[in-house]
Design a protein around this ligand. Sequence first.
Ligand SMILES: C[S@@+](CC[C@H](N)C(=O)[O-])C[C@H]1O[C@@H](n2cnc3c(N)ncnc32)[C@H](O)[C@@H]1O
Length: 249
Amino acid sequence: MRRNKTLKPEEDVFGQEIWACYKGEEASEIVERDDGYFDASPKGPKIYFSEYEDWHLVERKAMEFVKGRVLDIGCGAGRHSLYLQGKGFDVLGIDSSPLAIKVCKLRGLKKAKVMSIEDVSFKPNSFDTIIMMGNNFGLFGGFKKTRRLLKKFHKMTSRNGLIIASTRDTYKTDNPDHLEYHRINKEKGRMGGQLKMRIRFRKYVGRWFDYLIVSKKEMEEILKGTGWKIREFIDSEGSLYIAIIEKVA
Ligand SMILES: C[S@@+](CC[C@H](N)C(=O)[O-])C[C@H]1O[C@@H](n2cnc3c(N)ncnc32)[C@H](O)[C@@H]1O
């Protein structure tokens, strides 16, 4: 995705959805993959406003691992940041979407900033926990970029820093379109679950961006040599899982 410091309202498709939902309007989300596969989620952005009680169990469990100063990457409408702020944590929510950050502030998030994951830059030891919820491990985009950013995150976090990231095991599917997509991706030298996609909402069409969905084995492989390792996985009954990632001692 393009550096989003300059994201204009008409390019800010995630933000437009979130803004519409904030205003109480009907809003659904359409995800388009570069093979032409469409996925429409009628609940769409409403989920980004959901309260703790309505979150998936794995997300609620993940919150138990949060400690200290928190960075919420791709915070959306701020549901996790606001929950944690309410529990007394010092939280900074960042998102590439100016409209999402506007909504976070209107909803009472004290520290919220427009910043894309590609531009993340903080002094050493600025955070104790980085959270990437709502499948936001995907924002890493690809193998090399994940490793580059993980090394950066290593410096930004305290000695016992944690990354809490949610994703889906892309291979837990029998959908022939997805299986074909994995196969073609691998042929191209990409990871199977390295999706090229864009978001559509009403008349807005976002830019194409890479979104990475990985199996646990792939995640372990990516982490090697970055200074991070898996502490544990929080599993759901389906493909969704959350990785608790800690520093290598
Ligand atoms: C699927 S939503 C998840 C929102 C929130 N974490 C949640 O679970 O409710 C993804 C969010 O990531 C943001 N985003 C997309 N690309 C980004 C990037 N490159 N850097 C930072 N945020 C990004 C979007 O604007 C959107 O708010």
